[in-house]
Design a binder for this molecule. Structure first.
Ligand SMILES: [Zn+2]
Length: 415
C-alpha cells in the first residue's frame, strides 16, 4: 500500500523501481536493457503526447468564509473557483452561495451563483452569468452535488451538478488547446416523480465595460448572423439562423480606446424552442427556452478581451459556423472514459498477467480490483451518472502506474 502511494507521487521512479528490482535476478543483462529502453520509450512517447498542445487546469478548491455581500451578516458562503487555460485564453469559473443551514437546499448569492471572473469581470458576469430555470425556478441557486476538474492535458474540462428539487442539472465546460472559447454541455435529468415541464437558460453579460456602475453611458448591441439590434430593444431570436450572438458596445470599443472588448455565445439550435435578447442600457440578458424532452443543450462562450468590435465580428463571421460544427460534434466525456474499451483492457491485462508469470502475483489483486471497479462505474456512467463517469476517469488515470509495472514485468519475463 505504502509503495503504491509513493508510486502515485513519483510515477517515473516507480517505473524504474519495477525494472531495477530485477537487477538482482538471474535475467540476462540484455533483457534488462531491453525492458528499460522499452519502458523509457513508452514514457517519453506519453510525455510528448501530453506536451503537444495542452490545456492547463487549476482547481482553486472550495472555501467557506463569512459572507461579505452575498447574504445575511453572520452567514457563511462557499466559493469554488476552477481555471482553464488553453494557452490562447484563460477562463475562470466561480461558484458561490450561502451555506447557512437556514436556507435548506438553497444557496443564496446576491450577485448570482455561477460566474466567470477571468478573463475579465465584465462581459460574462464574474458574479453570475448563468441561470437555468427548471419549472420556473433557478437550479443554479440550489446546492451543488459536484464540482470538479474532469480533464486536463489534451483538453481541459470541469463539471458541476446542481440538485434542483425537480431535476439534476449538470454542466460540463471544456476548453480545447489553443481555443479562444469554452464549449458547454448542459443536461437536465428529472428526479422522479417530478417532471421537467419547462427549462430555460438565462445568460447575463455586460459587454466590454460596467457602464452604469462607473457612471458612463454606452450603446449596447447584440449582433447575430442575421441581424444587429441596439439598446433599448428586445431581439427575438430565430434559433436556426441566430446560432452566434455577439454582444458589443458601440461606445466602449477598443478601437476607440474604450472598454475591454466584446463577448459572444454560440447556441446550437436543436434543443432550442425560442429565444430573446433583452438589450438593456447596462446588462444584456439572453433568455433561451429549451425543449424539456431534449435533455441536453450545447452552448459556447467567448470573451474577446483585448479585441476591437470589428476584430471580434470578423472572427465570428469567419469561424462561427466552423466553431458551431465542432461544438455539435464534441464528445464531453473525459478522455480516459472516451478511450476506454473495457473488453479490450480485460483481454490485454489478462495476457500481461500471464506473461508476467510469478511476478504477476502481487499485482493480480490490484488489477482485479481495477477491472471490477471500472466495470461497475462504467455501467453507472452509461446510465448518465456524471459523478460515476468522473470517478471512472480518475480510476483509469490513477491506474496508469499499475499498468506500467505490469507491462515491465511482462517484458522481463518474456521468453
Ligand atoms: Zn445566507
Amino acid at each position: 500500500m505504502r509503495r503504491e502511494d509513493s508510486a502515485r507521487r513519483r510515477p517515473c521512479s516507480s517505473k524504474l523501481d519495477a525494472v531495477v528490482r530485477f537487477a538482482g535476478r538471474p535475467q540476462t543483462k540484455q533483457r534488462l536493457c531491453a525492458a528499460l529502453v522499452l519502458v523509457l520509450a513508452m514514457a517519453c512517447a506519453a510525455r510528448a503526447q501530453e506536451s503537444a498542445g495542452s490545456v492547463s487546469v487549476y482547481d482553486h478548491g472550495s472555501q467557506i468564509a463569512p459572507v461579505t455581500f452575498e447574504c445575511t451578516p453572520g452567514h457563511k458562503a462557499e466559493t469554488h473557483l476552477i481555471t482553464l487555460d488553453s494557452g490562447a485564453a484563460r477562463y475562470t469559473f466561480r461558484y458561490s452561495g450561502c451555506v447557512d443551514p437556514s436556507h435548506g437546499d438553497l444557496r443564496p448569492s446576491s450577485e448570482g451563483n455561477f460566474g466567470m471572473p477571468d478573463p475579465m469581470p465584465a462581459n460574462w458576469y464574474w458574479g453570475g452569468f448563468l441561470q437555468v430555470f427548471v419549472n420556473g425556478t433557478d437550479a443554479i441557486k440550489y446546492r451543488q452535488t459536484d464540482m470538479r476538474v474532469i480533464e486536463s492535458g489534451a483538453r481541459g474540462g470541469l463539471q458541476a451538478i446542481w440538485a434542483h428539487p425537480d431535476a439534476d442539472v449538470g454542466l460540463r465546460l471544456l476548453l480545447l488547446p489553443g481555443a479562444n472559447h469554452v464549449l458547454a454541455y448542459l443536461t437536465w435529468k428529472p428526479r422522479p416523480p417530478a417532471t421537467v415541464n419547462s427549462i430555460a437558460v438565462h445568460l447575463r453579460c455586460y459587454p466590454s465595460f460596467f457602464t452604469a456602475a462607473r457612471g458612463r453611458q454606452g450603446e449596447r448591441h447584440c449582433k447575430t448572423p442575421r441581424i444587429d439590434k441596439g439598446e433599448p430593444e428586445t431581439l427575438e431570436l430565430v434559433p436556426s439562423e441566430d446560432t452566434w450572438l455577439l454582444f458589443y458596445d458601440a461606445i466602449f470599443d477598443k478601437a476607440k480606446g474604450e472598454g475591454e472588448g466584446p463577448c459572444a455565445a454560440l447556441v446550437v439550435p436543436d434543443a432550442v424552442q425560442s429565444g430573446k435578447v433583452i438589450i438593456g442600457d447596462y446588462a444584456v440578458i439572453t433568455q433561451i427556452a429549451l425543449k424539456p424532452e431534449a435533455g441536453a443543450a450545447r452552448l459556447a462562450f467567448y470573451d474577446f478581451a483585448g479585441l476591437t468590435n470589428a476584430q471580434a465580428e470578423e472572427y465570428m463571421k469567419t469561424h462561427g459556423a466552423e466553431d458551431l460544427r465542432q461544438l455539435v460534434e464534441t464528445d464531453f466525456r473525459p478522455e480516459p472514459v472516451r478511450l476506454l474499451q473495457l473488453d479490450r483492457l480485460k483481454a490485454d491485462v489478462g495476457e500481461l498477467l500471464t506473461q508476467a508469470a510469478e511476478d504477476a502475483a502481487p499485482l493480480r489483486p490490484k488489477v482485479d480490483d481495477l477491472l471490477a471497479r471500472a466495470a461497475a462505474l462504467g455501467a453507472q456512467a452509461d446510465s448518465g451518472d456524471w459523478k460515476a463517469e468522473a470517478d471512472l476517469a480518475t480510476l483509469l488515470q490513477d491506474s496508469v502506474d499499475l499498468l506500467w509495472k505490469l507491462r515491465a514485468f511482462a517484458v522481463l519475463n518474456a521468453p
